[in-house]
Design a protein around this ligand. Structure first.
Ligand SMILES: O=C(O)CCC(=O)C(=O)O
Ligand SMILES: [Fe+2]
Ligand SMILES: [Mn+2]
Length: 221
């Protein structure tokens, strides 16, 4: 049963979802890089994918931008949501953001095809604030964080469908993040085969920028 399966997830240790180069980085990022497996019920996953599918299907997958961080993707910035999806996004906001943080008014929806992947990057500090929170749908994937100054320091997050990840503070500013391509998609010794993955990403505005001010962020963050 899906419901009992989801409950059981809560009893598994953090090491089932988060691996790292060592205990120091694991402990330092304990509150900065989080995964909440089973954050979405299967009904909520279906609500989101049903709503997103028609909008995504109108777009083409993009490839081969030599300087682009993301390959094999299509995306949209969505600001109008059904009531059911708004309730889900409110749960994300409550789980990931503090009451003082303002969110970008549109939510970033990214559809990676099975061969699609995201190269290491740090989200623009000009357009995105301290917190990034993402829901994963359809396919599991592995997100790797690598310290931008100390490449030996890394963390890997196993992102199952229905999970929520949160990157904030040091994990967001001092570490790059990437989504591994299918050939490299392992969580420790465990192969994590990549299929099509949709992510729904909420971000805070840079501190001191109001939601209605000029200089709204461009789609790519
Ligand atoms: O798909 C994700 O969860 C992350 C996407 C990402 O890193 C980005 O758009 O900057
Ligand atoms: Fe990113
Ligand atoms: Mn982006």
């Amino acid at each position: 049963m899906a419901a009992s399966g989801r409950l059981a997830l809560g009893t598994l240790p953090r090491s089932s979802w988060v691996r790292g180069s060592g205990p120091a980085v694991l402990s330092r990022l304990r509150d900065a890089a989080l995964v909440r497996p089973g954050f979405l019920s299967t009904a909520e996953e279906e609500t989101l994918s049903r709503e997103l599918e028609p909008e995504l299907r109108r777009r083409r997958y993009e490839y081969d931008h030599w300087d682009a961080a993301i390959h094999g993707f299509r995306e949209t910035e969505k600001s109008r949501w059904s009531e059911a999806s708004r309730a889900i996004l409110q749960r994300v906001q409550a789980a990931a953001f503090s009451p003082g943080q303002t969110l970008l008014s549109s939510v970033h929806v990214l559809d990676l095809e099975p061969r699609g992947y995201i190269k290491p990057h740090v989200d623009s500090i000009k357009f995105c604030g301290a917190t990034i929170a993402g829901l994963s749908l359809l396919s599991p994937s592995v997100m790797r964080l690598v310290h931008t100054q100390e490449p030996g320091e890394w963390l890997e997050l196993l992102l199952e469908p229905g999970s929520l990840y949160i990157l904030r503070g040091s994990a967001r500013y001092d570490f790059s993040h990437e989504i591994l391509r299918d050939e490299e998609s392992f969580f420790g010794g465990r192969r994590v085969p990549r299929g099509r993955r949709i992510s729904v990403i909420c971000r805070s505005l840079p501190e001191g920028m109001g939601p209605g001010e000029p200089g709204q962020p461009p789609p790519a963050c």
